[in-house]
Design a protein around this ligand. Sequence first.
Ligand code: NOJ
Length: 741
Amino acid sequence: MVQSGIIRLLEEMTLKEKIGQLQQLPGSCFEEDFVLTGPENFMNFTEEDLILAGSVLSITGAGKLKGIQKRFMEKHPHHIPLIFMADVINGYKTIFPIPLGQGAGFNPALTEAGARVAAREASAAGIQLFFSPMADLVRDPRWGRVMESTGEDPYLNSVFARASVEGYQGKKGRDGRADLKRKGSVAACVKHFAGYGAAMAGRDYNTVELSERTLRDEYLPAYQAAVEAGVETVMTSFNLMNRIPASGNAHLMREILREEWGFDGVLISDWAAIGEMVNHRVAENEKEAAFLAIRAGVDIDMCTRCYAGNLESLIEEGRVPESLVDEAVLRVLNLKNRLGLFEDPYKDADEEEEKTILLCEENRAEARKAASESFVLLKNEGILPLEDLEDAALIGPFADSGMIYGAWSIFAEKEDSVTIEEGLRKAGWKGRMAAGCVLSTDYPKVGMGGAQCFVEKDEARDEKLLNGALKLAKKAGKVILTIGELNIMTGEASSRGMLDIPSMQMKLLRKVAEVNPNIITLLFTGRPLDLREIAALSKAVLVVWQPGTEGGNAVSDVLTGKESPSGKLPMSFPYCVGQVPVFYNEMSTGRHYEPGNPDQFVSRYADIPNAPLYPFGFGLSYSKFEISEVSLSGDTLHLGAGDVLQASVTVRNTGSREAKEVVQMYLRDDVSSTARPVRELKGFEKISLKPGEERKVSFTIREEMLAFTGSDDRRRAEKGSFTVYVGNSSETENSAGFILS
Ligand code: NOJ
C-alpha cells in the first residue's frame, strides 16, 4: 500500500481500533480451548480485544495461521491483518547451536546463514517476526539467559547482532530498509532494551545498576549495531535503568534509541513488562503504567491490557495526546505494510513448502557446520582426535538424548535431533553405550522447565545404571563421557547459584575416572561452569554447548578429526562461583594485581586466583599456530584526519592438520580521561590453514575504534598512546604501540 493509503486508513480508524493495533495477544487466545475470562486468564482479555488486536505471539503452522488470519480479518472493522510473532531464537525446526555457542564459533557468516534458514523455515510456517537477536551483554553465568546472548564482549555481540538481523531481514537497500516482502524474510526484534544482561547477582528479572558510561560504552553497542543493520523492532527489558523500569524509560527509548540513533521502527514491551511497573512500585496501577509506557515510547503492549484498558481514558482526560497513540499506530501499520500484509496477509505461509523445507538436508548441513565450529576444546592431553573409535565406550545421560538443543527451541522435536550415539554410529563406531545415570535428581523443580528435568531418586535404578556404565568403562580403551546441564536448566527464569552439573552426573564422572583415566568429556552447557574437577578428571574437555539438531553429527566430525575444533570462549569460564562476574574487559584498579606479586593490599582474593579458569577468546585446536610479532603500518593516527593504521601478523600452521584459527585484535587506551577496560576486542578473523601454510592477517585501526564516553560525557577518541594486541586469546601479550596525535 502506498504511504497515503496507510495515512488514510489511520484517519478512518476509531480510537478503539487504533488502540487495538497496540495490543499483542498471546497465541492461546486463538487456540480452540481458550477460555476468555476464566480464572487462569489473568489478563482478562475481552471479546473486543480479540477482534481489534494488532499482533499475536507464539503460534505457528501455515494452515492454522492462515485460518486464524482469515477469520480475524473478516471480523475486523477495517480488515487489518495481524502480525504473527514468535520466539524463534536459534532455529525453528532445524536447530542451530544456542547463541552463546554461535558466539564461540566466531564466525558471523555461519550465524547469518543460520538466521536465513530459520527465517525460511518459520516463514513457511506462517511466522512473520522473530523476537531475536538478543543483544544483551552478559557477564554473570548464574543468569540463565546467558545462553541467549553471544557473550561478554560488546564488539563480538555487535557483529553477531548485525549478522542475525541481516540473516532474518536481508541486507538494507538504498532506502535504508531491508525488503521484508521478499519470500523467506522475517522482521527481526532486537532485545532486551536495555541492559537486561546486568541483572544483579545473576538473578533473573532482578535490578540493574549501571553507570551511564558503562551502559553506553559496553551494553548499548550491540543493540545499536542491530539498529544500524535496519532491525524493524526493539523489545524493552524487564529491568530498571537508573531506577526507572526500561518499559517506562524515556531516556532509553526516546532520547537514545529514537533521537540519538534515529530508530523509527516499532517498540514492543517484553511480556507484561508494562503492567509490571506496578510491581516495581513506580506506577500506582495499570493506568499509570500505561501512561508511563506510552509517554516513554512503547508502541505495543505485549500481553497485558494496560493500553487496551486505559489509553482511551488517558486521552479523554487530556493526559495523553491522541497524536502519541497515532504515531505508535502508524509505526505498527507501516511495519505491516513493509511486510506486505495488506496485499498478502499470509505472507509466506505455505503448507506444501512446510513439508519440503523444514529440516531439509541443506538446512541440516548448515546447522552441522555451525555446531562443529561452536565447540571449544579446553583441554587435550594428546587424546583427541580419536585415532581409534572402536575402543571407545560412550557413556553419560546425553549419549542417546535428542534433547540437545537450547531452552528456546520451543518448536523443535527431540526426535528430529541426531544424537551423539547416532552421529558416532554413522562415522563407523560399533562400540557400546550406557547412560550411567539419569539427567538429574537434584535440580530444583523451578524455572521454565525444572519439573521436566527433575527425576525422582531411585537407588536401585541409579545403582544399576552406574554399574552398567562402569562395566563398559573398565573394558574400554577410552570413555567418551557426555555430561552437563540439560537445556531446561538454562534460559529464562533459570538462574542458578551453583555453577555445577547435577550431582548424579558428577558421581558418574568420579566413578568412571576410578576405572578408566582416558576420559574425553563432552560438556553440554548453556553457561560457563566451574570446571575445576571436571577438567582435572578428564584427559580432554570439549564444550559442545547445546549444539542443536545436528549435534551428533557435529560431535562425530570433531571427535574423529574430520574437523578440528575452532571455537573460542565468548564468555570467561570462572574459577569458581565466588569469582563471578569475571570478564576479560574489566577496568584497571588503583591496586592492580600481577600474579606473583607478594603485596597484601592489592585487588585480589586471598583464597582463589583473580583470573578465570579459562579466559575469553581461549580455545585449543588439533593443530598448532605460530603468530608473528605485530607489525604496524605506521606509529601515528591523526585525530579527525580519517587516516587508518594496519596491524598485521603472519599466522602459520605448524601442526600436522588442516585447521581453523581465530585471530583476535584487542586495543588498549593507555591513559584516558575516564577509566577504560584493560583491553577490548576490536577485530577478529577466522582463517583456515593447511599444515605448513601461512597467511598474513591485517586489521584496520580507525579512530572511531578508540572512542569512548569521556569525562565530558562526549563520545570521542582522546589523544595519547595505545597498545594493540594480536593473538589467539584475550590473554595474548603479542603487542605493539601507536599514538593518536
Ligand atoms: C519474555 C522474554 O523475556 C522475551 O525474551 C520473549 O521474547 C518474550 N517473553 C516473548 O515470549
